[in-house]
Design a protein around this ligand. Structure first.
Ligand code: ZN
Length: 357
């Protein structure tokens, strides 16, 4: 038996206003003449947060479009652009939701690894450590701030650059930054965390390490989305820690059916991760009965719309594409359904599930 020996984030700062410490945190990491590059969610263009970014010397803010999930082509063009302009950089700081967080990790790695990021989609393919990288979430739930992967949509698949070089050197967890997130977005991303917990806690890979973090994250999600009648500062505090703990939980287990199916949706349709998981979770009573019931209650209580009918006009070929992407997520299926998962989740059954979405 071989136990997973996983690499974690280097440094963590947590607290309201901890973003103000960023300048001080970056100072010792700066290299003569080489800029820090801040990748910032375009949502913040012209907003106060953008003016709080501690720019020095030739530092630059690049606003990134997050309408779709990050693509390998987007990573390559950002990294190549930076290499052309500066040769190399002091570091990259991602400020935003899961998409920006993952982009920052991938751009850091592609500053030092040759070729295209698509060459490194998979497990342990990255050859060299990237440049210094920092993750600063402005939406809570994905767990991307702690994960050892960066999920990218490539020419042939949607898969992460999963490696020991992928985790951040530093993360800044400042719950003030999530305060003004759009309500729907906040819910979908929060549900990503809730779904991580359900998939981890109901999975066959479960162990006490994952369970301890998963139970805590689940409890925090329930506080935020069930027990309270309105959003307040403590909701931001709690959901930020839920995201962190949920990420730690899946680090030592795996996600499950909702993720395996939603990866197919985002590959084909560009559906964003959080909402994609919600669309799928809505139809998973058979696999996670209690979790789905509670999920539906949260949707109703928080007055959120979950889209339906998104697969209704797709062709056979498109269904096949989604099914291929989904079936390729072997560890997810094995965690959810056990070693004999292929006997349980047949292609016919998966097709029927996609048709319901
Ligand atoms: Zn997720």
């Amino acid at each position: 038996m071989s136990f997973r020996n996983f690499k974690m984030v280097g440094y963590v700062v947590y607290g309201r206003g901890s973003f103000n410490q960023l300048d001080e945190i970056l100072a010792p990491q700066r290299k003569e003449g080489l800029p820090m590059i801040f990748l910032v969610d375009h949502f913040f263009e012209g907003k106060p947060l953008a003016s709080r970014v501690p720019l020095r010397g030739n530092d630059r803010i690049i606003f990134v479009d997050t309408s779709f999930e990050p693509k390998t082509s987007q990573v390559d063009s950002l990294a190549n652009g930076l290499k052309e302009s500066y040769g190399t950089i002091s570091g990259v700081i991602g400020i935003g939701g899961g998409s920006v967080i993952d982009l920052a990790k991938a751009v850091s790695l592609m500053m030092t690894n040759p070729g295209s990021s698509a060459d490194y989609q998979g497990w342990d393919l990255v050859k060299y450590p990237g440049v210094y990288k920092v993750g600063i979430p402005t939406l809570s739930g994905t767990g991307a701030e702690v994960s050892r992967t960066t999920v990218l949509t490539g020419p042939t698949r949607k898969l992460g650059m999963n490696s020991d070089f992928t985790p951040f050197d530093q993360i800044v967890l400042d719950p003030e930054l999530t305060k003004n997130a759009p309500e729907n977005q906040r819910f979908y991303t929060g549900m990503d965390c809730y779904i991580h917990c359900i998939e981890s806690l109901q999975g066959t890979y479960l162990n006490e390490f994952s369970k301890s973090y998963g139970e805590k994250a689940l409890q925090l999600c329930q506080k935020v989305f069930i027990e309270k009648d309105h959003w307040d500062d403590s909701s931001d505090d709690q959901l930020m820690m839920a995201s962190f703990a949920g990420g730690m939980s899946i680090a030592y287990s795996q996600v499950g059916v909702a993720h395996a199916v939603s990866y197919g949706l985002s590959y084909l349709l560009g559906t964003k991760h959080g909402i994609g998981n919600c669309i799928v979770m809505n139809h998973l009573e058979e696999y996670y009965p209690a979790g789905v019931k509670e999920f539906k209650y949260m949707v109703e209580k928080n007055k959120i719309d979950i889209p339906t009918g998104i697969c209704k006009n797709l062709t056979d070929e498109q269904f096949e594409t989604m099914m291929n992407v989904s079936m390729g997520m072997k560890p997810l299926w094995e965690n959810a359904l056990g070693k004999d998962w292929e006997k349980i989740m047949t292609r016919e059954k998966l097709r029927a599930l996609y048709e319901k979405l």
